[in-house]
Design a protein around this ligand. Structure first.
Ligand SMILES: NC(=O)c1ccc[n+]([C@@H]2O[C@H](COP(=O)([O-])OP(=O)(O)OC[C@H]3O[C@@H](n4cnc5c(N)ncnc54)[C@H](OP(=O)(O)O)[C@@H]3O)[C@@H](O)[C@H]2O)c1
Length: 307
């Protein structure tokens, strides 16, 4: 099969388009013919060698979003059949989806949204699950609460704004000024330009900060939460002792391939409650260009890859 693979860790030049053997199908796997995938920051982080999943056998196929059609099922698979149109965020420790086929555990997939095409569906799982679990599983966001989404214009942030809005929260999105209209259109009640505005001076008494950026900027965000508020981060907690002293609960987490959450996301997508925003589309053979763009850190919404 055709795939994009790396033979060692390094820059985007390490991505090579070529032939790979078909993935091995375990008894609890389905073989998905990949019709679309997407690019996420984890792809270039693993490519660079920031690979906490480790112990991979090169060549390695990156990419952990998929929408496609089941072509084969392992003998222990009961819930899916050949021909089912599914989407998933496959296990990041296994070979990924920059390929024509991927083997994925059946316990990690769900039927794709019916009303979306494969490209639109493929950009949802990783970013959508991360947003959903960050806000609701870890952040316990409720109707009427006030939440800041820091990094609101990117992959995770664009879903988080829509999901927090759906929940009935008061949503504040922070991104750079050019994304003002985009973030408001996604459903934010307020927009903050992190480049020109002082977030701490403008906001206080929040119930939840969903931070996708980390670093020193995150330390300041402790000050805008109410005592008992929650700071949830996709990138780690910068200053846990200060948060604890202020009575703030902190959570850093890794999104899980939870099929029940994928089903909810598919339903919300079919209803039109969440809409994937795809700012650019690349071919599989141009994944290196897609990753270069992503690494600049200012993609609006998602990048899709058409297989
Ligand atoms: N733990 C997990 O399971 C998990 C899962 C998914 C993602 N992540 C991590 O979460 C982070 C975000 O992922 P993503 O897919 O949303 O990335 P992304 O698509 O690159 O989005 C990041 C967004 O943040 C904005 N931004 C950049 N600098 C900022 C700053 N200083 N303050 C506020 N906003 C800023 C950018 O918007 P502007 O152009 O407007 O600046 C950009 O659109 C990445 O580090 C990723 O690795 C972790």
């Amino acid at each position: 099969m055709k795939a994009e693979m790396i033979y060692r860790y390094g820059g985007p030049e390490e991505l090579h388009y070529g032939d790979m053997p078909m993935p091995t199908l375990n008894h609890d796997d389905v073989m998905i013919k990949v019709l679309a995938t997407s690019v996420n920051p984890v792809d270039y982080k693993v490519r660079e060698g920031h690979d906490k999943w480790g112990h991979r056998k090169f060549p390695v196929i990156l990419g952990w979003d998929v929408s496609g059609v089941i072509e084969q099922v392992g003998r222990d698979v009961k819930d899916f059949n050949v021909g089912d149109e599914v989407y998933a965020r496959p296990d990041v420790s296994r070979n990924g989806t920059y390929a024509e086929y991927v083997a994925v555990r059946a316990s990690e997939i769900a039927l794709k949204p019916l009303k979306l095409d494969h490209l639109q569906s493929a950009v949802i799982p990783l970013a959508g699950l991360t947003a959903y679990q960050g806000l609701f599983t870890h952040g316990k966001l409720q109707e009427g609460q006030r939440v800041l989404i820091n990094g609101a214009s990117g992959g995770v942030g664009s879903f988080a704004v829509q999901l927090a809005r759906w929940k009935g929260a008061f949503v504040i999105g922070a991104a750079s000024g050019d994304n003002d209209g985009f973030v408001i259109e996604l459903g934010a009640d307020e927009f903050i330009d992190y480049k020109t505005e002082d977030v701490v001076a403008k906001l206080d008494n929040l119930d939840l900060v969903f931070d996708l950026i980390g670093g020193d900027q995150q330390r300041q965000l402790i000050n805008i939460l109410k005592p008992g508020g929650i700071l949830v981060s996709t990138v780690g907690i910068t200053d846990a002792p200060s948060a604890k002293a202020a009575g703030i609960k902190t959570v850093a987490y890794m999104a899980q391939s939870e099929p029940e959450d994928l089903k909810i996301l598919a339903k919300l997508a079919d209803e039109g409650t969440i809409k994937p925003y795809i700012s650019s589309v690349f071919l599989l053979s141009d994944v290196n260009k897609a990753q270069e763009l992503m690494e600049k850190g200012h993609v609006r919404g998602k990048i899709g890859i058409q297989i």
